[in-house]
Every structure is written in structure tokens, then in C-alpha cells.
Design a protein around this ligand. Structure first.
Ligand SMILES: C[S@@+](CC[C@H](N)C(=O)[O-])C[C@H]1O[C@@H](n2cnc3c(N)ncnc32)[C@H](O)[C@@H]1O
Length: 222
């Protein structure tokens, strides 16, 4: 596949109305990730510490589902910061959470986070690692803003696996996503794992489901 696009081209590619992003996202989740909303809620839902950052929160659709999922299970509230680099996506999130001013939503690059070191207990990167042009920079900066012992949960789009016709459909969606700029590149699991380790994370747990690598990584305690 060709190289992905630049950070600004990616942000521009996400310049679509939040409702269209949600419809498109449902198809991508099903046919490219071979994942479901339920799987994502069970993976990311438990992972909110006292101070939490949602990296590349997009229009906030998944974050809102996650917060409802947690509320139904009477899980504790968190202080939440959400960041995204695409203005249209962030505007969608600001509108969605207009009645929740305590959720702090900021325009920022995952590889250049405007927060002091050790600011957060947990970080989620949902459906976005494979959209970042500077994934190593993002892992380094997420590590920096996590407190020692803090954890990152991320799911990463893998090169399509499995059989025809699902594999072929996922490959076509990925090629379209890369042309459009909403996907930088899929990954091989070993590659992402090595990048997390190189950034300084330890791998706490990892699973693959569909075309997704789900990883929980920890910043060393000392
Ligand atoms: C597929 S969407 C996922 C959004 C949300 N996390 C979800 O699961 O619905 C990818 C998001 O990554 C954001 N993004 C891409 N590159 C970024 C960067 N360098 N820094 C911050 N956000 C970025 C895009 O603007 C987009 O909102």
C-alpha cells in the first residue's frame, strides 16, 4: 500500500459532519475491523482511572457510549479530557457533551499533547492508532503524560486476516480509507508491540479479535 497522508491531510479528511462519520464508522467497524460496539465497550469501558484522557476522541460517539456503559454498571466517575486534531470532529464532541462542561475537550495532536508530565492515570486510544502519521511520537507523548504505573488501552487495525470474502472486503475498505486520508496504515501486531516497547511501555495484556489488536500497556512504576 502507498504511504499514508500528512497530519493536516488526515485532519482535513475527518472534516465531515459527525452524523456521516457515525454511519461510515459503523460500516468500517463491521467490515474492516471485524469488530462490534459490544467488544469495544467491554475492552475500553473498564479502563477509566480517576484522571483519564481519551486520545483522538473524534465526535465523542464512542466516548458517550462508554460513559453510559459505565454508568449502567455504577462504575466511578472520572475527570475526563478528550483531544482530537480534526476541528470538525472536536466540534461534534463539544456539541455532544454541551451539557457536561466538566468533560474538557481540546484541539491537540496526539504526538504533542499540551499537558504536563504525569497528568493522567489512564489513556484510551480507540480506533485511532492506525490514523496517526507519527505513531511513535504519539506513544512517547502518551507515556509522558501518564503517571508512573498509568495504563494505555488501545486497539489497532491489523492487515486483514481471515478468509475470502471478508479479507477482500476489508482490504478494499482499507485502500479506500488510505486514499481518502482517514486511515494512515494498518499494522502487523509485532510491529505495534515493538513500537510500544520502544516508547517505554510494558505490555500488560493483549488479544486479537477480528482485524484488531487490543493492547493494555503500562508505564513502568518507577
Ligand atoms: C476513526 S476516528 C476514531 C474516533 C473515536 N476515538 C472513535 O472511536 O469513534 C480517528 C480519529 O483520530 C483523529 N486523529 C487523527 N490523527 C490525529 C492526531 N495526530 N492527533 C489527534 N487526533 C488525531 C481523527 O481526527 C479522528 O477523529
Amino acid at each position: 500500500m502507498a504511504n499514508g497522508k500528512s497530519r493536516d491531510e488526515i485532519a482535513a479528511a475527518y472534516d465531515s459532519p459527525p452524523w456521516w462519520y457515525d454511519v461510515r464508522g459503523f460500516f468500517i467497524l463491521t467490515f474492516a475491523y471485524n469488530s462490534t460496539l459490544g467488544q469495544q465497550l467491554r475492552f475500553f469501558g473498564p479502563h477509566f482511572g480517576h484522571r483519564h484522557i481519551e486520545i483522538a476522541c473524534g465526535s465523542g460517539t464512542l466516548l458517550q457510549f462508554l460513559l453510559r456503559w459505565r454508568k449502567r454498571r455504577k462504575m466511578p466517575d472520572s475527570e475526563i479530557v478528550g483531544i482530537d486534531y480534526a476541528e470538525a470532529m472536536l466540534a461534534g464532541a463539544i456539541h455532544r457533551f454541551r451539557d457536561r462542561p466538566e468533560i474538557d475537550l481540546q484541539l491537540a495532536d496526539a504526538a504533542n499533547l499540551p499537558f504536563p508530565d504525569a497528568s493522567f492515570d489512564t489513556a484510551n486510544i480507540a480506533n485511532s492508532v492506525h490514523c496517526f502519521p507519527d505513531v511513535d511520537g504519539a506513544f512517547r507523548d502518551v507515556l509522558r503524560v501518564l503517571r508512573p504505573g498509568g495504563t494505555l488501552a488501545a486497539n489497532v487495525l491489523l492487515y486483514p486476516r481471515g478468509r475470502w470474502p471478508l479479507k477482500g472486503i476489508a482490504e478494499r475498505i482499507n485502500r479506500w480509507g488510505m486514499r481518502k486520508g482517514i486511515l494512515y496504515t494498518p499494522y502487523h501486531q509485532d510491529d505495534i508491540r515493538a513500537r510500544l516497547l520502544a516508547a517505554g511501555f510494558g505490555i500488560e495484556s493483549e488479544t486479537t479479535s477480528g482485524n484488531c489488536y487490543n493492547v493494555l500497556a503500562r508505564k513502568p512504576a518507577a
